[in-house]
Design a protein around this ligand. Sequence first.
Ligand code: HEM
Length: 150
Amino acid sequence: MMSHHFLLIIHLICAAVWIGGHLYLSVSLLPKALKRKEPQHLLQFAHGYEPLGMPALLLLVVTGIWMSLQFGIGWQQWFSFSSPVERVVSLKLTLLFATLLLALNAQFRVVPALKNNAARLPEMAFHIIAVTLIGITMLVLGSFIRYGGL
Ligand code: HEM
């Protein structure tokens, strides 16, 4: 069995990368872009961050599901909201789904439009801030597991 502690360490590094990148976008690049009505730096960072951020999110999912299995929670129990650790896992999966929808919408609709129309910046801002807040919520939810779940 893959060491739970090892999976947790990978999970934590990826959480740091995912949340760190999105906080930098939200707190530093986004306010500047909105003030100057200039999305170029924002898009540049987002583009450069992708090869790091996407594997981080993928590894969060893989290690997260793997650790849940080690806690005895398989897909059969998902979304039953019937035990404390399973409730945390199901909430995290729901938020993961929301993150994927937001990411796909940003990637395929908002970013292409933003490239030639700065008026789409508030829409981009909504996506960035939502993904950041959801990421922080996922971290807080994860922290409950060592105390027995929700
Ligand atoms: C943006 C995505 C995610 C972030 C930022 C995140 C963050 C975290 C953090 C910081 C912890 C450590 C808490 C602690 O040590 O007390 C944690 C634990 C955990 N996460 Fe995630 N997580 C994410 C996605 C997921 C997903 C998709 C799953 C599974 C479906 C998952 C399952 C777990 C489990 C089972 C633990 C408990 C590990 C343990 O305490 O032994 N996570 N998560």
